[in-house]
Design a protein around this ligand. Structure first.
Ligand code: SF4
Ligand code: SF4
Length: 174
């Protein structure tokens, strides 16, 4: 059966903010040998109803600013034509899409036929087994960052250091 995405011009990769966890960043950075700042950014959040547990608070000014960790998007810098050039290690959100992290279909951008195929014919995103661990651990790290009331320039370094620490602990017990 055809992949529903072959009927589409990769709308999700072109139009959405690709929100990631710090573990996605580590994986992409290791595979591409690129620094996080070459492909990711901390983007000011101007939305409400986001997943509050992944919102990073910055305390550079008197008032609190909210940001979110994203790939460089619109379109995603890893999109070439209609192909993902990092398919093997693309972010968990991409592996899951068009299911959201809440497990619900997000087929609004999909052509009608593709959306139908996803929702009714058994197509569907397969999540990496480590996805839930990464997401839960990332939320914990974000909460630590928010308690710290840190400044934006220090944020990625903090997240990376904590991610590496958590990955080290995980591999020690596996
Ligand atoms: S998930 Fe939907 S929007 Fe994204 S490429 Fe597939 S069909 Fe298009
Ligand atoms: S990483 Fe790949 S799948 Fe994810 S948005 Fe970018 S091009 Fe699309």
């Amino acid at each position: 059966m055809a992949n529903p995405c072959t009927l589409c011009s990769a709308s999700c990769c072109k139009d959405l903010y690709i929100t990631v966890t710090i573990f996605d960043i580590v994986r992409i950075s290791d595979n591409l040998k690129q620094k996080p700042e070459e492909f990711a950014l901390i983007y000011p959040l101007r939305l409400i109803n986001f997943d509050n547990d992944t919102v990073l608070e910055m305390h550079d000014r008197k008032y609190l600013e909210e940001h979110i960790l994203c790939l460089k998007s619109h379109p995603c810098m890893f999109l070439q034509g209609r192909k993902c050039t990092i398919y093997g290690f693309s972010p968990s959100v991409c592996k899951a899409f068009p299911k959201g992290i809440d497990g619900k279909w997000k087929t609004r951008l999909c052509p009608a036929v593709s959306g139908f195929m996803f929702r009714t014919l058994g197509f569907g995103a397969r999540l990496r087994p480590t996805y839930l661990w990464e997401l839960d651990t990332y939320k914990r790290i974000v909460a630590e960052w928010n308690r710290k009331r840190g400044k934006k320039a220090e944020c990625v370094e903090f997240l990376l250091a904590r991610a590496k620490e958590e990955l080290g602990k995980k591999s020690a017990i596996e």
